[in-house]
Design a protein. Structure first.
Length: 277
């Protein structure tokens, strides 16, 4: 085969881009897509990946997170359209208002926390402990909820709790935003796992778009130099895998508890300490 025409010849890529860069971007995108919305902490998994593959730029990390958010937006597109076009229905208006309040709580308190520097570093020890402590809270929440999953209503208490939970997840890396918000909803009254998960994810969509957009503007304003081919690979991989992972999760929780994820978090916390520290 003519080496000059071989699509996999590294000479065909820019000087600062290798096939390994693309493979690494693919791996990071897959990890982010699978773990961002499962209650197992994307931060913990990415720390392990960075240990073996090297750290990625902040702009790249924003990109793969945006891919995961896009996937959830696509999954809930009909529900979002229903809320946007049906405000005349009392139940839609009430639900949308609670989503908005939960988002505003996160935005205001998150901004205050950021200005005050109230955030632990994305390093091994805090993330590992957050994984383990979060697992214990998941066991407790599942025990409290039991099999009584008939309650699907989203109360104001639940909306406020979910908004606060997102702030806690931002301050304590490794907590898992999805775990914090889902279990906040369950512990404060929404016993049905599907209803709690839907509200948590719908609140997360504007929250994560806003956070990613703000971080993206900061990075671009600082003159971030990004490998856009690797960025695109990571973004697409994250979008596709997040779509599959969230679809699987929504089906899984119809007949299973979250305790399996709690055991996994404990194992991951131990692995972080042993393999990365």
């Amino acid at each position: 085969m003519d080496q000059g025409r071989c699509p996999y010849n590294e000479a065909n890529y820019p000087a600062n881009l290798s096939m390994q860069d693309l493979i690494n971007a693919l791996i990071f995108g897959i990890i982010e897509g699978i773990t961002e919305f499962l209650p197992i902490s994307s931060t913990g998994h990415l720390l392990i990946a960075q240990h073996w593959l090297g750290a990625k730029s902040e702009l790249f990390n924003i990109g793969i997170q945006a891919g995961a958010i896009l996937a959830v937006t696509l999954i809930y597109r009909k529900r979002l359209w229903q809320l946007a076009t049906g405000p005349q229905a009392a139940h839609n208006r009430d639900y949308a208002l609670k989503l908005s309040v939960a988002f505003l709580i996160t935005a205001v308190l998150g901004l205050i926390a950021g200005k005050m520097g109230l955030s632990l570093p994305d390093s091994v020890q805090p993330v590992a402990w957050a994984l383990v402590l979060g697992a214990l809270l998941m066991f407790w929440a599942e025990h409290k909820t039991g099999l009584n999953d008939a309650e699907t209503a989203i109360t104001w208490k639940v909306a406020i709790a979910v908004g606060l939970a997102q702030v806690v997840a931002a301050v304590f890396p490794g907590t898992s935003r999805s775990a914090a918000t889902i279990f906040a909803a369950m512990m404060f009254g929404t016993r049905n796992r599907g209803a709690a998960t839907e509200f948590a994810f719908l609140v997360g969509i504007p929250t994560m778009y806003a956070a990613s957009g703000y971080a993206l503007l900061k990075e671009l304003d600082a003159g971030a130099d990004e490998n856009w081919s690797a960025f695109a690979v990571g973004f697409i991989a994250s979008t596709v895998t997040a779509f599959i992972a969230v679809k699987w999760l929504l089906k899984y929780i119809q007949s299973h508890r979250f305790t399996g994820f709690a055991w996994y978090r404990i194992a991951l916390g131990g692995a972080l300490i042993l393999l990365v520290d």
